[in-house]
Design a protein around this ligand. Sequence first.
Ligand code: CA
Length: 226
Amino acid sequence: MRILLIEDEHKIAQALKRGLEQESFAVDVLYNGRQGMARALRGRFDLLILDRMLPDIRDGLDICREVRKAGIHQPILILTARDRTSDRVEGLESGADDYLVKPFSFEELLARIRALLRRPNHNIGTVLKAGDLELYPEKFEVKRDGQMIALSHKEFALLEFLIRNANRILSKDQIIQHVWDFDADILPNTVEAFIASLRKKVDRPFKGKPMINTVRGFGYQLKSPA
Ligand code: CA
């Protein structure tokens, strides 16, 4: 899952990026309001974390309002130093889904992110299933036919994206946009390499039809038996 983080404090932003990447999210960071806004309006994220106080715009909530106006419905979590009821209400009224007051613990942020991604639209529960394949996003575990499979963070993120979009054909570009952050040095054949290593771990050791399929000229598809 790909997170867009708009936060002008470099130290906080870098710490969050590192922590979230450990949890197998792809994280794009923008350090100011204008670029953040432009980026957010392109919509290519699964969740937006937005600092309310940014030096170059009046109020971070303006980004939130513009994103909603543009018809983008992904969850938005606001970070703020202010903790008055009126601020919280204003945040939620601008279209944000949740509100976290600084300083906060990373564990709490993570719990809220997980909760937001579990909501309807993203609501596939805490275990994602496709046939005999099971993926537990919160425990960072994958099993097939009851057997634990060890994956790297990127392989895990890629498999999670494939399972969440089971039976859909996904282009390499779509995969790159959701699994890697924008400054990652990623080429289409990097995707091929990761697909190949996933196959080796998820398909090859198991009997039965391979689940990860190449759709020639289009991309990849994880087939989930009905
Ligand atoms: Ca700030």
